[in-house]
Design a protein around this ligand. Structure first.
Ligand code: F6R
Length: 607
């Protein structure tokens, strides 16, 4: 989703911000722009399309600016056009600003400004902020911004340059990520610190309604009425330069990394002798964990699918009742959070606006929040009481792959810990651990079948509609498999609980709508075969992903891909890897932009 980058210092500010935008490219965007101040005039460029288009235009100019701001836009208010691309300006073009997030009261503000004679050129909510600051400006820029911020509603991050102050950038953040990087006689600004970590690890995170005046030598932070002392922090995570290595896409590289990322998620987090899990980062006391009577899981998208699997596991293995909610729905429910509730918030990026809003709501009600996250220093990590890290390394492909399997592993370990603290005996704990430790080699076995999966993909590439069916643990696995196919190849794919098909969706089954049947749940296997017979009787084509050789299955289905046998809850992982490779191969055969599917963004920082 939208990315902001800013720079002030002795280097070529334009080159640095373009490079910064490239590092933010993975988040998904539709247009890009930049601005600075040259000879007391705002200079800028903005273009629809890739950063290379912007760069081509910028190279035609002779920009020389001491400070620059830049943004990749993911359209929310107004189409992806050059006019709507950022930066936006006030009428006199005295300032230029870029913005991530949403100004919720932009309509009211726009009306008020129009009454004052202001006219607007774009459809964006962003332009309102530019005019509002200019409206309050009388030579005191900080004062004008403070007045404007007091009027803004929503979640937003803004970077701004003003022609009266050529050698500074101003940052404004309210419930949207924005981080200052402090270098040697230079400073950076970004919505994702990964984009400047190459230059500096010293960072200041901005939070609610904070305004920063950023110069090469000094960085001062203010609230809407006073100056604030902010603590510096050191970025911990290894933010190496992302590289595709030998792979055509980041997504494929990340699929292939899974034996290692699963190993990382497991490493040093278990004690075989006691058949249990340990998390060194978890400082909840034993009595806190023992007092948990119910778990509420909050997440979106793929992370929500991992949450659905965790809810099954916590109920079945740890005997803790667990409810899983989509954050965007939950945040408007005014939920009851009884004592004894542990909230688990799952987010790969740690920046998903709906999940962050949902945890703020439960925290306001006194709940304790355990984050499950991949990104150190992210908003979730800063706001949760504790966080379990995925240790999957940066996920660059917009479609989540390795983060999902790591989420399932980390949540399995957490379930094991909770189960062993309660009723589960050591032997059963050891059995689960043993199977968890086999996962990397099981995933490798699936990856070794890549050419067979590619062959199957060729057979199914021309269908425009799919069902993914499964039961119990395989049901959320179906949701995830269908989502991957949708995102990567733009094919209409529905994940369904197999038992539900006869309650309506059966009407769609036929020769033109194949079924991917996930058959790796042993408890419901027989029932699923019954559901598949019903599909077959209606001429549906079936591709099965199964864990045990079975003559009956082979008689019913058209094709089958086998995965190694494992416990039902862990079979999710090898089966998911098959669905990832299937989606990838179908998308590749259709020539899709796999790392950057249209309209999608990596980090969904708006509601
Ligand atoms: C799908 C995908 C999304 C994310 C969702 C939540 O491939 O990546 O569905 O899972 O946007 O993102 P996080 O986990 O960052 O909160």
């Amino acid at each position: 989703m939208c990315g902001i980058f800013g720079y002030v210092g002795a280097r070529n500010a334009i080159d640095i911000v373009i490079e910064g935008l490239r590092r933010l490219e993975y988040r998904g965007y539709d247009s890009a722009g930049l601005a600075g101040v040259q000879e007391n005039q705002i200079v800028f460029s903005k273009e629809v399309g890739k950063i290379s288009v912007l760069e081509r235009e910028v190279r035609k100019q002779t920009f020389q600016v001491p400070a620059a701001i830049a943004q990749t836009r993911w359209a929310t208010h107004g189409k992806a056009t050059q006019v709507n691309a950022h930066p936006h300006f006030d009428k006199e073009r005295s300032l230029a600003l870029v913005h991530n997030g949403i100004i919720e009261n932009h309509d009211d503000l726009r009306r008020g400004l129009k009454d004052q004679g202001v006219s607007f050129v774009s459809e964006t909510d962003t332009e309102v902020v530019a005019h509002l600051i200019a409206y309050h400006y009388d030579g005191d820029l900080l004062g004008a911004i403070q007045q404007a911020v007091a009027q803004l509603k929503g979640a937003y991050a803004v970077a701004l340059v003003h022609r009266d102050f050529p050698d500074q950038i101003i940052a404004i953040a309210h419930e949207a990520p924005l981080v200052i990087g402090i270098g040697n006689h230079e400073a950076f600004l970004s919505s994702d610190p990964r984009a400047f970590a190459f230059y500096t690890r010293q960072a200041i995170y901005l939070s609610n309604s904070e305004i920063a005046i950023i110069k090469a030598e000094t960085q001062h932070v203010y609230s809407t009425h006073a100056s604030i002392d902010k603590e510096y922090c050191l970025l911990e995570q290894e933010f190496g330069e992302p590289s595709k290595g030998e792979f055509e896409h980041y997504t494929l590289k990340e699929i292939y990394e899974q034996p290692q990322t699963i190993r990382n998620a497991l490493a040093s987090r278990f004690v075989v002798e006691y058949g249990t899990a340990i998390f060194e980062e978890l400082t909840f006391e034993d009595r806190d964990l023992l007092s948990v009577e119910r778990v509420l899981i909050l997440a979106c998208g793929t992370s929500w699918h991992a949450g659905c699997i965790a809810a099954y596991m916590l109920g079945e293995l740890a005997h803790i009742s667990a409810q899983v909610e989509i954050s965007s729905e939950f945040r408007y429910k005014n939920p009851l959070i009884p004592p004894g509730t542990l909230v688990i918030a799952i987010s790969q990026s740690g920046e998903t606006a709906d999940t962050i809003a949902a945890i703020r709501e439960v925290k306001a009600k006194g709940a304790r929040v355990l984050g499950v996250c991949n990104v150190q220093g992210s908003t979730l990590v800063r706001e949760a009481d504790e966080t379990l890290f995925l240790k999957a390394g940066p996920e660059i492909g917009v479609c989540s792959t390795k983060a999902f399997t790591s989420q399932v592993v980390v949540l399995s370990l957490f379930t094991l810990l909770m189960a062993r603290m309660r009723h589960m005996n050591k032997t059963e704990g050891q059995e689960i651990l043993e199977e968890l430790l086999h996962l990397p080699e099981q995933v490798q076995t699936v990856l070794d079948q890549a050419s067979y999966i590619a062959e199957i993909a060729r057979k199914y590439v021309d269908y425009e509609s799919f069902f993914f069916l499964g039961r119990r643990y395989m049901y959320p696995t179906c949701l995830e498999g269908a989502l991957k196919l949708k995102e990567m190849s733009y094919i209409n794919a529905n994940g369904y609980a197999a038992g539900e098909v006869k309650h309506g969706p059966l009407a769609l089954i036929g020769e033109q709508c194949p079924v991917v049947a996930l058959c790796a749940d042993r408890i419901t296997y027989g029932k699923l075969l019954g559901n598949l017979m019903e599909i077959k009787a209606r001429h549906g084509k079936i591709l099965a992903i199964a864990s045990q050789k079975d003559r009956h299955l082979e008689e019913i289905v058209d094709d089958v891909i086998y995965v190694p046998v494992s416990r039902d809850e862990l079979a999710v992982i090898p089966v998911t890897v098959v669905t990832q490779l299937l989606a990838y191969n179908i998308a590749q055969l259709r020539g899709m932009d796999i790392d950057h599917p249209r309209h999608l963004a990596k980090s969904v920082t708006v509601e």
